[in-house]
Design a protein around this ligand. Structure first.
Ligand code: TYM
Length: 332
């Protein structure tokens, strides 16, 4: 079975629709066909200032949501990154193979550090993509299901894997990104040219999986739409409606042209009501299951301990090879 690995940051109190459609939904499907590893990346979360209590809460919420969305602990290895020490260890080795200029070209760092001012941003934020490369290479992953914003990080991952293999001998599998065109970039409801984002969208622009039906409906109804009144897919002139069409198509499995035909002559209102309905129906069962899982923290922590153990077994094996190839002395 080919192996799949992906990760999600516990940086908010809920995943949003972009995380769900762009990534998590594919994770659930792929557990049927792949040897699946999914990681709550808490080490990545601390690259920006983070309250310890918030981090603990969000890590559990993230894990609970993954199970609630359909990840089966029997079939998927779901774990917390900081539980497997090899992530940081491999990251260090890869950091030493990365050029300053190469790391400096990462656009996510440029965007995120611009928010703090470059000199206030942490060195951890700068090395973030290299830790991500370690996450992936450690498990010898073949495929990495992500949204479009992770493309550049995956290119770096391949470059670093290849560089290591070239310098020290074949060690790492080079992974391919798995990005579904139709859902690779779900956009902000209030700013439909920007991606829906935990860190930069306004609350009105984001649909959180754990949000109550009332506010969800309101946000969809108030989503920025475009001039005119026809429901048409036109990325350049109607980015708002096009985003809603993409969402509705993904949630209901109806091709976009069919939706366009269905709403012909009906205006935006009817269409938006149906989108709100589809969002609610998708999120409600996930929200309910998440609440149940969070009510028993001990059991959730136990599920994560099992995941960490399975992940560690793979990580240890890769790291033993890496240590040897790099020239670190064996510890007797
Ligand atoms: P994160 O936590 O920002 O997002 C988790 C996943 O959701 C996708 N995504 C989106 N997809 C479509 N439209 C959107 N608006 C949208 N917003 C987010 C992201 O592309 C991602 O797949 N660096 C990663 C976390 C990570 C990782 C890894 C991923 C750490 N190590 C190893 C894969 C493999 C991140 O910040 O994801």
């Amino acid at each position: 079975r080919p192996r799949v690995l992906s990760g999600i940051q516990p940086t908010a109190d809920s995943f949003h629709l972009g995380n769900y459609l762009g990534a998590v939904r594919q994770w659930v499907t792929m557990q049927e066909t792949h040897d699946a590893f999914y990681c709550v990346v808490d080490l990545h979360a601390i690259t920006v200032p983070t309250e310890p209590d918030a981090l603990r809460r969000r890590s559990r919420v993230a894990a609970a949501q993954l199970f609630a969305a359909g990840l089966d602990p029997e079939r998927s290895t779901v774990f917390v990154q900081s539980h497997v020490r090899e992530h940081t260890e491999l990251a260090w080795v890869l950091i030493c193979l990365t050029g300053m200029g190469e790391a400096g070209r990462m656009t996510q760092f440029k965007d995120k550090s611009a928010k703090f001012g470059e000199s206030a941003a942490s060195v951890g934020l700068f090395t973030y993509p290299i830790l991500q490369a370690a996450d992936i290479l450690l498990y010898q992953a073949n495929l990495v299901p992500v949204g479009a914003d992770q493309k550049q990080h995956l290119e770096l991952t391949r470059d670093l894997g290849q560089r290591f293999n070239h310098r020290f001998g074949d060690t790492f599998t080079l992974p391919d990104p798995y990005i579904l065109k139709e859902v690779e970039k779900i956009t902000d409801l209030q700013d439909p040219t920007a991606k829906m984002s935990k860190s930069s969208s306004s609350p009105a622009g984001i649909l959180d999986v754990l949000e109550q039906p009332g506010p969800l409906r309101k946000k969809v109804m108030r989503a920025v739409t475009d001039t005119g009144s026809e429901v048409l897919f036109d990325e350049a002139n109607k980015p708002g409606i096009s985003n809603l069409l993409r969402i509705q198509s993904a949630l209901t499995g109806t091709p976009i042209p069919e939706l366009v035909a269905r709403y012909e002559g009906q205006g935006y209102g009817t269409f938006k009501k149906d989108v709100a309905e589809a969002v609610e129906q998708t999120f409600a069962p996930i929200r309910e299951r998440t609440e149940k899982l969070l009510a028993d923290e001990k059991e959730l922590d136990r599920m994560l301990a099992i995941g960490a153990e399975r992940a560690s077994a793979v990580a240890k094996e890769t790291m033993a090879q890496v240590r040897d190839r790099v020239g670190f002395l064996p510890k007797l």
